[in-house]
Design a protein around this ligand. Structure first.
Ligand code: CUA
Length: 250
């Protein structure tokens, strides 16, 4: 239902949408029933000439049923909501599926810094790629994120992923996501963090593996310098017309 308004671009987006739909349908059903009963009774027992109003204490069995039966039925619906919610919560927040990549997300007043491994696949090495207010990820890969804050509380919110996670100063918070749909999406800070909170936004780019590889080659400081292996390959292959030196040539 929600996908009509905000595209679903992560593996668990559908589960969260399904949960919201379930809650909307169950709560909506009881809302309509309650309103129908209320207005039905108002109409049925409206003021009539010559009829005295009744005083009803609600203590008789037949009267109590109006409360106890719906109460039980609503509780049964609650069980469905609770079971659904716990299942989704466990999947999204409690479990950490094995990661293909890790990205470090540093929040501060009022910008996002994204640090991800370069071609060596390891963080904290010299080929790390650092971007500001722009996160590039690969479709179909599972990412772990390490969320940090340099100053105050922030919240990393990606509506298209149905992901929201607070950043707390002094804590490193780990979570995961798996992008499933290429495109450009919004990232927004979702925790009041000072006068620039409203403009603490970023862009998320979900790319196909080929696009992502090109982006990485363009940005990684090490990928641009040819590795010994790449140099050996270059010597063996005749230079293509118009090709520039180094990796990243099309
Ligand atoms: Cu950072 Cu609001």
């Amino acid at each position: 239902m929600l996908t009509r308004y905000v595209e679903a671009a992560s593996s668990y987006a559908q589960d969260i949408d399904g949960l919201i739909t379930l809650i909307t349908v169950l709560v909506g059903f009881w809302f309509l029933v309650a309103q129908a009963v209320l207005f039905g009774l108002i109409f049925r027992f409206r003021a009539k000439q010559g009829v005295k109003a009744q005083y009803i204490s609600g203590e008789e069995k037949s009267q109590k049923r109006w409360v106890t039966i719906p109460h039980m039925l609503v509780l049964v619906c609650d069980v469905f909501i609770i079971v659904g919610a716990v299942r989704v919560w466990t999947d999204v927040k409690q479990t950490l599926p094995p990661a293909d990549h890790t990205v470090r997300i540093v929040s501060q007043q009022w910008a996002w810094t994204f640090i991800q491994p370069g071609p060596d696949g390891k963080l904290d090495t010299e080929d790390d790629i650092k971007t500001i207010d722009e996160l590039h990820v690969k479709e179909g890969a599972t990412y772990h994120f390490q969320l940090l804050s340099r100053d105050v509380l922030h919240s990393f919110s990606v509506p298209a992923f149905r992901l929201k996670q607070d950043a707390v100063p002094g804590r490193l918070i780990t979570g995961w996501f798996k992008p499933t749909r290429p495109g450009a999406y919004d990232i927004q800070c979702a925790e009041i963090c000072g006068i620039g909170h409203g403009i603490m936004a970023a862009r998320l780019f979900v790319e196909t593996p080929e696009e992502h590889q090109k982006w990485m080659e363009k940005l990684s400081p090490v990928a641009r310098a040819p590795t010994p292996q790449a140099e050996a390959e270059q010597e063996n292959t005749p230079p293509a017309e118009g090709a520039s030196a180094g990796a990243g040539a099309e």
